[in-house]
Design a protein around this ligand. Structure first.
Ligand code: GLN
Length: 186
């Protein structure tokens, strides 16, 4: 199994460290050819406007949509979750529209309002960071909630698409990545 990590912008290196720890082969993806080699894709945190712009300009976005519709599992953290969402509140931005949620960017305030937390998930306690994190404002019927914080969904899944509004990779907590790997195997 080879996992691709979208490496246009953001904290792709941290995701690689987690996969290395789990002894899973991974490659950084910046071209369409690299997308052909992978069994699952991670879209990291960073700046969703930049990632979205580059996805559009490089044509990688279109290709990811096609591959995901054919069953490629995709996992987005924070900005990655924003890029996956059907609807981004506010300005019109590029999105892959693969996950039936509406999401609001920077919903906790500024950088200073970032925080770390342990959250209860369907697969155990997960240590995560919320860094200028978004909030999921609404969910489609097919979207399953895997973790909540203060009654609000923070990790969700729709079929082979997984998204977290927080970062487990910063704390080197491997559980969510392991969950994604299991999703790929099934
Ligand atoms: N605030 C960023 C955005 O809106 C996301 C931050 C992150 O990925 N940690 O794109």
């Amino acid at each position: 199994m080879i996992i691709g990590i979208l490496a246009l912008q953001g904290d792709f290196a941290e995701h690689k460290e987690i996969l290395d720890e789990l002894k899973v082969q991974s490659i950084f993806v910046t071209t369409k050819e690299e997308l052909e080699k992978i069994d699952g894709l991670i879209i990291p945190g960073g700046e969703s406007t930049t990632i979205g712009k580059l996805l559009k300009e490089t044509g990688l976005g279109k290709k990811i949509i096609l591959k995901a519709k054919k069953g490629l599992p995709v996992f987005g953290t924070c900005a990655g979750a924003i890029v996956l969402a059907k609807k981004i509140a506010g300005k019109k931005e590029f999105s892959l529209n693969l996950l039936d949620i509406a999401i609001e960017r920077n919903a906790f305030g500024r950088q200073n309002d970032s925080f770390d937390e342990k959250i209860k998930t369907s697969f155990g306690i997960l240590s995560v960071s919320f860094i200028r994190a978004p909030k999921i404002k609404s969910l489609g019927k097919k979207v399953e909630v895997l973790a909540k914080r203060k009654k609000e969904p923070v990790i969700v899944r729709q079929g082979k698409i997984l998204a977290a509004t927080c970062h487990p990779e910063i704390y080197s907590d491997t559980k969510l990545h392991e969950f994604f790997l299991e999703m790929i195997k099934k």
